[in-house]
Design a protein around this ligand. Structure first.
Ligand code: KIV
Ligand code: ZN
Length: 454
């Protein structure tokens, strides 16, 4: 049975860029837009052209250089904004005008200082103007989730009658709860004339950490476009995270039987590129693309992962473009992971010898947080040369630095290693940290089959 197709509308370059510290110049935006194209997003919201000349230029150059995706430009509900956005979109193969107007009483009274009647009229006017320029017009009632429902229905119905092709129900301040947001989408579908002819979109902010849950609830209620951003960046606490939405649908098709066109193995590279450009790092425990998302330190977990990754991984690192699964060697690690890392460093041990390496490793790991490859090599050397191990027995050894200190990985010291080979510790971005690269064995494809149902 065909699964409904969800349009992925990426707003990293517009709403995302509005988050503190995330501004990008024209070249950076273009580079990221090219990556978003590789990722397979359907719509790239390239910017807010009236906001600045830089934003205008960025939208213009993205529109001129990408042929496949729809390129959207944001405009407030007034002719000047719409015209400027349209000008920036001139070179686009598939342009979209995105018109926004707040509809909640709080915004009407304190921000716009207009009545509901005026709001309705302004929305109609702006969409009429946008439609006279562009066939593809999206209308967003800003702060929709705090808008009187009857009035929201009235506005949405009015803009559809004039020709809006997408209506985007914005949870601007991240106030909604998942059941409530889903119910709002259902109510619109029940009460608004013409809603079946347009695409309903979600746009959820993460102020209560519910942006992804709300977006998914919206999809279950009938929304067919999701607005989201790489790494979840966006105003304040951010937007719904693109990678989480996509992977929730991929990993749990039993609950979310929908398709997207996203090339999931491009998720990690996209995340890395954004972090590199903005210099805003990703939190280590961020789902899907965080440094620790596929790292396993506890011995019991490491043992399970080595026997079959299905034990502790619900998706493969490869499926989201993470170079390899990593086992961090720390004080909770077990013999199995230690032995594998030693093997990768060129040392195989008999059981008794491994016991000794392990005994000293535990003492060391207790003292320093993460055991680097260089530490491990020195420790191995000590054991194999018959050292008494006193240097690493918990005293203030000169050999091992205090917690947190790092030393470059001594590549040449690895038996059999080619100094030019990429080392897993480097691939993972933390040079020298002892990590275990899991060999791709048969159970890896078994896991793929199980997870992806192929
Ligand atoms: O959060 C918001 O309401 C917006 C609109 C422009 C959709 O970003
Ligand atoms: Zn927003």
């Amino acid at each position: 049975m065909d699964r409904p197709r969800i349009t992925i509308f990426d707003t990293t370059l517009r709403d995302g860029e509005q988050s503190p510290g995330c501004s990008m110049n024209v070249q950076e935006k273009l580079r990221l837009a090219q990556q978003l194209d590789r990722l397979g997003v359907d719509v790239i919201e390239a910017g807010f052209p009236i906001a600045s000349d830089g934003d205008f230029e960025a939208v213009q150059s993205i529109a001129a250089s990408l042929r496949r995706p729809i390129i959207a430009g944001l405009a407030r509900a007034c002719a000047g904004d719409v015209d400027r956005a349209w000008q920036a979109l001139q070179g686009a193969a598939h342009p979209r005008l995105h018109v926004v107007l707040a509809t909640s009483d709080i915004h009407l009274k304190y921000k716009l200082r207009i009545t509901r009647e005026k709001c309705l009229e302004q929305a109609r006017e702006a969409v009429r103007h946008a439609k006279s320029l562009c066939a593809d017009v999206e209308f967003s009632p800003e702060d929709a989730t705090r808008t009187d429902v009857a009035f929201l229905c009235q506005v949405v119905e009015a803009v559809i009658a004039i020709g809006a092709t997408t209506v985007n129900i914005a949870d601007t301040v991240g106030y909604s709860m998942p059941e409530e947001y889903g119910q709002l989408i259902r109510t619109l579908r029940e009460r608004v004339d013409g809603i079946d002819k347009v695409t309903i979109s979600t746009h959820c902010h993460n102020d209560l950490g519910l942006a992804v849950a709300n977006s998914l609830a919206g999809v279950q209620a009938g929304a067919r476009q999701v607005e989201c951003a790489i790494n979840g960046i966006g105003e304040r606490a951010g937007n719904a995270s693109l990678e989480e939405i996509v992977m929730a649908m991929r990993v749990r098709p039993d609950r979310y039987p929908y398709e997207t066109a996203i090339a999931s193995e491009q998720l990690f590279p996209s995340s890395q590129m954004l972090a590199e450009i903005t210099r805003v790092p990703v939190q280590p425990n961020k789902a899907i693309i965080g440094r620790n998302a596929f790292a396993h330190e506890a011995g019991i977990h490491q043992d399970g992962i080595l026997k079959n990754p299905l034990t502790y991984e619900i998706m493969t690192p490869q499926s989201v473009g993470v170079p390899d699964s990593r086992l961090v060697l720390g004080k909770h690690s077990g013999r199995h992971a230690l032995a594998l890392r030693c093997e990768q460093l060129g040392h195989q041990f008999e059981r008794r010898e491994l016991d000794e390496v392990y005994r000293r490793f535990v003492v060391l790991a207790d003292r320093i947080k993460k055991v680097q490859d260089s530490h491990l090599l020195e420790l191995i050397q000590d054991v194999t040369s018959g050292g008494d191990g006193k240097s690493d027995s918990g005293g203030q050894s000169k050999k091992f630095p205090p917690a947190g200190a790092t030393r470059p990985f001594p590549r040449a010291a690895v038996a059999g290693a080619n100094a030019n080979d990429s080392h897993p510790a480097q691939v993972s971005g933390s040079a020298g940290q002892a990590t275990v690269s899991i060999p791709l064995t048969d159970h890896r494809s078994e896991q793929e089959d199980y997870l992806w149902g192929v």
